[in-house]
Ligand binder design. Structure first.
Ligand code: ATP
Length: 457
């Protein structure tokens, strides 16, 4: 095996692999596609489920100070007035008078002119209108009457169903500040710029935590969640050198926020936001109290103090996390083919925690005896692991197929297995093969996977 080449894939490399191997497909492709919409295929949905369950475990079930909820996608429209979205959730939009296309005024350098694709809308010579505000919220009529009184919105973020439930959760659970409420769910934004694959979609999934604290402790908890969230990405195997925290400047900071950092990743198109972590002060609970006329303040039953808790928010994207995992894992190295000649190998170096298949099992040949034993082993590994069974094509090709989807371990059953009751376990990264007796497989698999979960630096 030669050293990995630390390949930096392009977005097109990732899009092509995702479609070919069933991670992610363009939505409605047989109808020509649907802008900024993507469907997760068999491997993509496994990864998505892993990401969400690892986040839930880290944020909710491993802690006694965080509970979860699952709010409705559509809410009373007053929620969005109170949150400030109706008034202020806009992006600056410009129209090109020459080609009729619309662009986000603050992202002009990332766009291509549709008539002269090698040029940005600033360079192509088309005349742009002055920027105007464009609301990112999707409006809809709620109920059978299409009346302006029935207008509401698809939520552009999940957290605004958490704040109106603050008192409900407190009463139902008897949680005490500091504590958090977490939620995973779909959000919708009518984005103007929709390139960059699943990085910017109009429908996407968020994992959000609103952590309520005493105002005097907000800096401490802000620092705590900043580091905890950074560590979470490292625990998924993301390389530390591709991750950074960027503090918002005064000009970027929302008017109500005391502090905000973006967790940024070095995506194929450059450093960009993966998650936002903000100290939102008491803005949300105060605003919802004001607009609903319901008191959402907190009374400390030990000290008797009554106050609006401040909120530390961690707001991460499921889809952007998937794009990070794919980009970070993508690698090309050299591996021997069936004739022993070295050839290029595409390999996804996923942590076993997020690999869509953890262990693949093959009979060396599709022959009675071998297939049965291979099937038996595969079935015994189901449950603790995500398994696959493959008996088609030569063994080299089967290894290559699993490398390409990032399967950490492959187990091969051969003719000797029927005699010595042992199999070969092959490691994706080292390509080393070890012989293990069938009754030791579970232990050997667990040991190798543990080793492969170690941070990549
Ligand atoms: P950007 O500046 O890239 O538009 P944002 O600052 O508007 O992002 P937030 O409102 O902080 O994003 O949303 C929190 C997280 O939700 C983001 O860090 C990202 O992971 C995810 N997210 C936001 N918008 C989208 C989108 N259009 N498509 C996919 N994920 C998104």
């Amino acid at each position: 095996m030669t050293e990995p080449t630390a390949v930096q894939p392009t977005l097109n490399d990732i899009v092509a692999l995702c479609k070919r191997r069933g991670f992610i497909f363009p939505s409605s492709e047989i109808y020509g596609g649907f802008a900024a919409s993507w469907d997760y295929g068999p491997l993509g949905v496994e990864m998505k489920n892993c990401v969400k369950s690892l986040w839930w475990q880290d944020t909710v079930t491993s802690r006694d100070d965080v509970v979860g909820m699952d709010g409705a996608v559509t809410t009373h429209p007053r929620v969005w007035e109170a949150s400030g979205h109706v008034e202020g959730f806009h992006d600056p939009l410009v129209d090109c008078k020459t080609c009729g296309h619309r662009f986000r005024a603050d992202k002009l350098d990332e766009e291509c002119c549709p008539l002269k694709p090698s040029k940005t809308p600033r360079e192509c010579g088309g005349e742009l209108t002055p920027p105007r505000d464009f609301s990112l919220m999707f409006k809809l009529h709620w109920g059978p009457v299409e009346d302006s009184a029935n207008i509401t919105y698809l939520r552009p973020e999940t957290c605004q169903t958490i704040f109106p439930n603050f008192k409900n959760v407190l009463t139902a659970t008897r949680m005490r500040v500091p504590f958090g409420i977490a939620q995973i769910g779909k959000s919708f934004r009518n984005e103007i710029t929709t390139k960059a694959f699943i990085f910017r979609q109009r429908e996407f999934e968020q994992m959000e935590l609103e952590y309520f604290v005493h105002p005097s402790e907000s800096d401490k908890w802000f620092a705590f969640w900043l580091e905890r969230r950074r560590q979470w990405y490292l625990s998924l195997g993301v390389r530390e050198s591709h991750l950074r925290l960027r503090q918002h400047g005064k000009d970027e900071l929302a008017h109500y926020a005391k502090d905000c950092y973006d967790v940024e990743y070095k995506f194929p198109m450059g450093w960009s936001e993966l998650e936002g972590i903000a100290n939102r002060t008491d803005y949300d609970l105060r605003r919802h109290s004001e607009f609903s006329k319901k008191d959402l303040s907190y009374r400390d039953d030990l000290t008797g103090e009554k106050y609006f808790p401040w909120v530390i928010e961690s707001s991460a994207g499921v889809d952007r996390t998937i794009l990070v995992l794919l980009s970070d894992a993508y690698d090309i190295d050299q591996a021997p083919n069936d004739k022993g000649e070295m050839e290029e190998r595409l390999v996804l170096r996923f942590s076993p925690k997020v690999a869509p298949v953890t262990v693949a099992v093959f009979p060396l040949f599709k022959k009675p005896g071998l297939s049965e034993l291979a099937r038996q082993i595969e079935h015994s590994l189901r449950g603790p692991y995500r398994t696959a069974y493959d008996e088609t094509g030569n063994i080299g090709k089967r290894y290559r197929r699993q490398d390409e989807i990032g399967t950490p371990l492959c187990i091969t059953v051969d003719y000797d297995s029927l005699e010595d009751h042992a199999v070969t376990i092959r490691n994706r990264d080292t390509m080393r093969q070890i012989r293990v007796s069938v009754d030791q497989i579970h232990q050997a698999v667990a040991d190798q996977l543990k080793e492969m979960e170690k941070p990549r630096g």
